[in-house]
Design a protein around this ligand. Structure first.
Ligand SMILES: NC(=O)c1ccc[n+]([C@@H]2O[C@H](COP(=O)([O-])OP(=O)(O)OC[C@H]3O[C@@H](n4cnc5c(N)ncnc54)[C@H](O)[C@@H]3O)[C@@H](O)[C@H]2O)c1
Ligand SMILES: O=c1ccn([C@@H]2O[C@H](COP(=O)(O)OP(=O)(O)O[C@H]3O[C@H](CO)[C@@H](O)[C@H](O)[C@H]3O)[C@@H](O)[C@H]2O)c(=O)[nH]1
Length: 466
């Protein structure tokens, strides 16, 4: 990273293959930071796609994604990428492989963590922050152990100034801990500026979410160094994101905004799922309720699809992280409020299974049950916290013979159809070929005959029994 005051600001510029590295003006006479090299620690669902888009849109910046997991890195280097996302392949291969005669490669995947750190101007931390499984806060708190380990590696390897970017979802005030670790372990004379830049992408729509984000949040200290670092990071996004959507704020607001967004989104799903139970008891239709209330512009139509319960690696862990934070701040009423969002979600999953059991004459013993779609939502292969796992566990506990349709392609076709209740019959036609006898005996949890079950179907789970 070099400082200069001679090159004009290009905050709104569109980078093309011929464009020089982005340069932004700093907030005072410290000069501007010219970003030439980015390193991202963590080649997962966030790190890989995010860096592919950054590299795509900034051909003059070298972007290196590192991970300790050699298999994952090898997969990113191959034609069999480690994750499935619509349009991911093209987004990765253009900057990774280059285009003969018009574009040099500028996206690299490696396990050489130390070198990538030493070379970089900006380092993204995109490592996992799961729920703690042991010790204080187990079952609630976010575990920042991986983040701390990566930060210690940065402190060990950095021989020049670095901007450290929290891309992972973190508890509020994590940046303070990272600063302490860097200050205590970094080499003398090396400066570290820590920014918060949470990611809001949803799996299944990762690439379009990255290309057209609702907002980019950058949290920094409000001193001149913090603002200068924020300006440098903003310049990377400004290659494709309108300036008005790049928002800067204080570090703690930025960190807490991410957890807050997930808590509010999860709360909407638990709210509509709680209403679905009232609908079933009264004969109202929860899809019609969601449509009617969603027309109110103060409410809006999104995240109101009743389901078997939200899954995925984020909602549950982040809401529980907020519960833990509230408890730590001696706010038990606030903690109980957010805990209820997760409790309703667990209850909804149980309720779904109970309805399957009652639909099958209250016994599943030796019944053959197929679950189509095991991912937690459509257009992803990710099964983390999938509601299907809870459903299958319940079915197996009832001594049913459950099995899962495993093929990704088949699942995707089925899930596309399921996302539109009008296509429920189409779902049946997508089933694998079966004999006339089996076909005759097969019923799909009576979904087409039981309007309540049909409306409460999850987007990624379909249960069938013979
Ligand atoms: N998955 C999502 O849709 C999503 C969206 C927004 C935010 N987030 C947040 O982003 C973060 C990452 O999520 P993810 O789904 O990409 O996780 P992931 O598990 O898919 O990827 C994390 C990667 O980090 C690697 N890693 C861990 N410690 C490392 C170290 N010290 N050095 C090098 N590599 C290391 C792991 O090997 C793994 O490959 C989490 O905090 C998550 O909450 C996730
Ligand atoms: O109306 C809805 C919408 C979603 N879901 C379920 O909720 C879960 C999560 O869905 P979604 O939010 O689309 O996917 P995620 O990939 O988990 O994304 C969430 O979690 C990410 C990680 O923090 C955030 O970046 C995203 O903004 C946030 O939407 C899935 O099981 C969905 O089936 C519903 O039941 N009803």
């Amino acid at each position: 990273m070099s400082s200069t005051s001679t090159v004009p600001s290009r905050v709104n510029g569109q980078a093309g293959p011929q464009n020089p590295a982005l340069v932004v003006r700093g907030s005072d006479n410290l000069g501007e930071l010219k970003v030439k090299k980015i390193c991202c620690i963590g080649a997962g669902y966030v790190g890989g796609p995010t860096c592919a888009v950054i590299a795509n849109k900034n051909p003059s910046i070298a972007v290196t994604v590192v991970d300790l997991n050699a298999n994952r890195i090898a997969a990113w280097q191959s034609d069999n990428l480690p994750i499935y996302e619509p349009n991911l392949f093209e987004t990765v291969t253009v900057p990774r492989d280059g285009i003969k005669g018009s574009r040099e490669p500028n996206l690299f995947f490696t396990t050489d963590v130390d070198k990538a750190i030493a070379d970089a101007d900006i380092i993204f931390l995109s490592v996992n922050t799961p729920t703690k499984v042991a010790g204080q806060g187990a079952g609630l708190a976010l575990d920042i152990g991986y983040l701390e380990a990566a930060t210690r590696t940065i402190a060990r390897c950095a021989t020049s100034d670095k901007i450290i970017v929290e891309k992972s979802t973190v508890p509020c005030r994590t940046a303070e801990s990272l600063r302490d670790i860097l200050a205590a372990n970094g080499k003398p004379g090396v400066r570290f500026d820590v920014l918060s830049n949470p990611e809001f992408l949803a799996e299944g729509t990762t690439i379009s979410d990255l290309l057209y984000p609702d907002r980019i949040l950058i949290g920094s200290l409000m001193d001149v160094h913090g603002q200068r670092a924020a300006a440098a990071l903003a310049s990377v996004y400004a290659a494709w994101v309108p300036r008005a959507r790049i928002i800067t704020m204080n570090l703690w607001s930025s960190e807490l905004s991410k957890i807050s967004a997930n808590a509010l989104l999860a709360q909407r799903i638990s709210s509509i799922n709680a209403l679905s139970a009232v609908c079933e008891a009264t004969g109202a239709n929860v899809s019609e309720i969601a449509y009617a209330v969603g027309l109110d512009k103060r409410i809006g139509p999104h995240m109101l699809k009743s389901s078997v319960g939200f899954g995925g690696s984020c909602f549950k862990k982040d809401v529980l992280g907020l519960v833990y934070l509230s408890e730590s701040l001696h706010l038990p009423e606030v903690a109980a409020y957010w805990k209820a969002v997760v409790d309703i979600n667990e209850w909804q999953k149980d309720r779904f299974t109970r309805r399957v059991i009652s639909s099958l004459y209250n016994t599943l013993m030796n019944k053959r049950i197929a679950v189509f779609g095991f991912a937690y939502k459509k257009n992803t292969g990710d099964t983390r916290e999938s509601a299907a796992i809870s459903v299958v566990n319940h079915l197996v506990a009832e001594r049913a013979k459950s099995f899962v349709a495993r093929r990704m392609r088949a699942d995707c076709q089925i899930n596309h159809a399921e996302s539109n209740p009008a296509n429920a019959n189409h779902v049946h036609r997508q089933k694998p070929a079966r004999s006339a006898k089996t076909k005759k005996n097969m019923h799909v949890a009576k979904t087409s005959r039981n309007p309540t079950l049909k409306h409460n179907l999850p987007s990624a789970v379909m249960v069938a029994a013979t």
